[in-house]
Design a protein around this ligand. Structure first.
Ligand SMILES: [Zn+2]
Length: 276
């Protein structure tokens, strides 16, 4: 590093060396910090070494929370529930940018600084709920519900084209990415990760407005955060489609939510314009 012994390296000098040398053992390969992908991260998570045990527990807690938040849904027998490692493997296989997957990854591992996680039990969400947890920020909060309503509306429209009827979504449909009838499984997995990222954007926007110097009414915060979440949702769909990495829609049997297949151009196109 060219540092004199005893002199601490600068921040930049430290990271220049750290990026190139820090890493993990993933399976039988060494992966450097700078090359770590979500897929590698998952492999790390599912490695059943003693050190990884807490991750397993977190995945189980997440799965149980998803089920307990799904009021009105028929419970799924344990043997028919996909295991979290199997589900996560399928999620990470979706061909989209890692930033689309990141919020979902954090949600599963309880890595989102919700009031509950920060043990800020008296802190109120803009909507009035104290000590908001994952179930609140990623399902019950009106900002999250606006994203769910958009998903329900897209599914209702797609189902109507094929004479199906759409049953309103419950938490497990989104958190555990259970595709509704007629929806391509990879498209549903993408949709769930995009939706969670959009909810996260709404949550962050609401926090920012609540903490800012300018006072906003709850209604104004809800409206602005909801709009930010909606813009994020459609922006991410547009981005995922524009990369031309998604599987072809050539053999499509049924209408799909969010994206439609443009056979002439050989591309998926978002059903709504992007941006707020
Ligand atoms: Zn709320």
């Amino acid at each position: 590093m060219g540092q004199v012994a005893g002199t601490p390296p600068t921040h930049e000098a430290f990271w220049a060396v750290a990026w190139a040398t820090l890493g993990w053992r993933v399976g039988t390969k060494d992966v450097l910090l700078e090359d770590l992908t979500v897929r590698h991260g998952t492999t790390l998570q599912v490695q059943t070494t003693g050190a990884m045990q807490p991750r397993w527990d977190k995945q189980l807690v997440f799965q149980q929370l998803a089920h307990s938040t799904s009021s009105g849904a028929a419970p799924i027998p344990v043997q028919h529930q996909p295991t979290m490692p199997a589900l996560l493997k399928r999620m990470w296989r979706v061909k989209c940018g890692n930033h689309i997957k990141e919020s979902y990854w954090r949600l599963v591992l309880d890595g989102i600084p919700t009031a509950a996680r920060r043990r800020a039990t008296t802190e109120s969400c803009w909507c009035g709920v104290s000590g908001a947890d994952r179930a609140h920020n990623f399902w019950h909060c009106p900002v999250a519900q606006r994203v769910v309503a958009e998903m329900d509306s897209e599914l209702t429209a797609a189902a109507a084209l094929t004479g199906r009827q759409h049953t309103p979504l419950v938490t497990t449909d989104v958190w555990l990415a259970r595709p509704p009838g007629g929806v391509l499984p990879w498209l549903w997995r993408l949709s769930c990760m995009v939706a969670i990222a959009a909810m996260d954007m709404g949550r962050r926007m609401a926090c920012k407005l609540q903490m800012g110097r300018v006072q906003h009414s709850s209604a104004a915060i809800g409206e602005k955060a909801g709009r930010a979440a909606m813009a994020r949702l459609w922006d991410l769909f547009a981005e995922a489609a524009s990369g031309r990495r998604l599987p072809s829609g050539q053999v499509l049997q049924e209408a799909q939510p969010f994206l439609s297949w443009d056979a002439a151009g050989g591309v998926w196109v978002p059903k709504r314009a992007t941006g707020a």
